[in-house]
Ligand binder design. Structure first.
Ligand code: PMP
Ligand code: GLN
Length: 381
């Protein structure tokens, strides 16, 4: 068989989680909570299954859930998206990204990704017959290098991916960044996929700068989010896309043949929970900020160095003072095997990682006890 993705292996998330299981290490690698979702949300799923909500959902998503999403984006971002023509419920942000890419990219087209970037972008582009052009974010703060981005645009560029809050760095895109981006693509036929799956995980009182709040950019954007991150249910693989009607229509043509629809009882439960517990979203930044601060405070007694993540549930840590001889893949493995804490190397999010990159990513979406145990092990490294 001639592979369509010859360079692709099994993702680092699968590999590191597997290694954590094999070695009995605390798993701070793949991003998922080790605590449960709110009980009323889980009970709602059971209730809806018992009530017989077990057949196909509408292809575009349950109307009640689409309405909740529309109400949310209006309240938070002032985006007056129509629940019927601009909101689509999908089985996970990954599926949404895949479908949006297939909708945008024709053979020979180019998509710009800002490295380090989430691992599903490039294979999605390649399967559409396109090619990714990698533009590194500027270190040490993972900000956009505007000159390099401008230089990377060619007549074949059809798509730019942005991701804020950013996995793996936790960095944020500002409103000013969005304005600059709007100017950059204004007279060009370029669309955006704005990966905002961590939209509610923004700390220190900062407001998330969503493309949904930017009228001009929104006209060209697929804005993707994930209930998995927001409601501590990554295993539910349920998310949504907000995009203008013409873009949503193209996305739906593809979504209907990739999965057709998302999981029905989960959509009922999420709609109920959003109606009954609006405070959940409001409390989320504080909830995760305390975890970040606990983890970082405990890590201060270690030889890792770091700047606190501005968003997401990931904390980067520099290990130059510990094992500068190891590259980050070897370091992540060594930490897992020898010190009982699994982490994700950052170079895997790059096409061409800087040679001296000495960063690993820890997920702090964990119980206090897990974070304390992990930090204790990391202080001993
Ligand atoms: N984008 C980013 C940046 C992510 O970290 C994730 C989380 N795995 C996803 C997309 C995919 O989200 P989902 O699990 O809803 O497919
Ligand atoms: N987004 C998660 C992370 O960055 C992993 C999701 C996955 O395993 N595909 O850790």
């Amino acid at each position: 068989l001639a592979s369509k993705l010859p360079k692709v292996g099994t993702t680092i998330f699968t590999r590191m989680s597997q290694l954590a299981v094999e070695t009995g290490a605390l798993n701070l690698s793949q991003g998922f909570p080790d605590f449960d979702s709110p009980a009323p949300l889980r009970e709602a799923v059971a209730r809806h299954i018992a009530a017989g909500h077990n057949q196909y959902a509408p292809m575009t998503g349950l109307p009640a859930l689409r309405q909740q999403v529309a109400a949310k984006v209006l309240a938070l971002y002032g985006c007056n998206a129509d629940a019927d023509s601009e909101v689509t419920i999908v089985p996970g942000a990954t599926e949404a990204i895949f479908c949006a890419v297939q909708a945008l990219i024709h053979p020979g087209d180019e998509a710009i990704v800002l490295d380090p970037c989430y691992d599903s972008y490039e294979p999605s582009v390649e399967l559409a017959g396109g090619r990714c052009v990698h533009v590194p974010l500027a270190l040490p703060d993972f900000s956009i290098d505007w000159q390099r981005l401008a230089d990377a645009i060619t007549p074949r560029t059809r798509l730019i991916f942005i991701n804020s809050p950013h996995n793996p760095s936790g960095a944020l895109i500002s409103r000013d960044d969005l304005d600059r981006l709007a100017v950059l693509i204004r007279d060009r036929n370029i669309h955006l996929i704005s990966d905002e799956v961590y939209e509610h995980l923004v700390f220190d009182g900062v407001r998330h700068a969503s493309v949904l709040a930017h009228e001009e950019l929104y006209q060209r954007a697929f804005v993707v989010s994930s209930f998995g991150k927001t409601y501590h249910v990554t295993g539910w693989k349920t998310g949504y896309v907000v995009a203008p009607p013409a873009l949503s229509a193209e996305l739906r043509k593809i979504h209907q043949y990739v999965t057709f629809c998302g999981v029905t009882p989960l959509q009922y439960a999420l709609a109920d929970f959003m109606i009954e517990h609006p405070e959940h979203i409001a409390e989320l930044p504080g909830f995760y900020q305390s975890k970040r601060d606990l983890f970082c405070d405990l890590l201060r007694g270690s030889r890792f160095t770091f700047n606190r993540a501005a968003g997401t549930y990931f904390q980067l840590a520099d290990y130059s003072a510990i094992r500068p001889d190891l590259d980050d893949v070897a370091m992540a493995e060594w930490l897992t095997r020898e010190h009982g804490v699994a982490a994700i190397p950052v170079s895997v999010f790059y096409q061409d990682a800087p040679r001296d990159l000495r960063l690993v990513r820890f997920c702090f979406a964990k119980r206090e006890e897990t974070l304390r145990q992990a930090a204790e092990k990391l202080r001993a490294v």
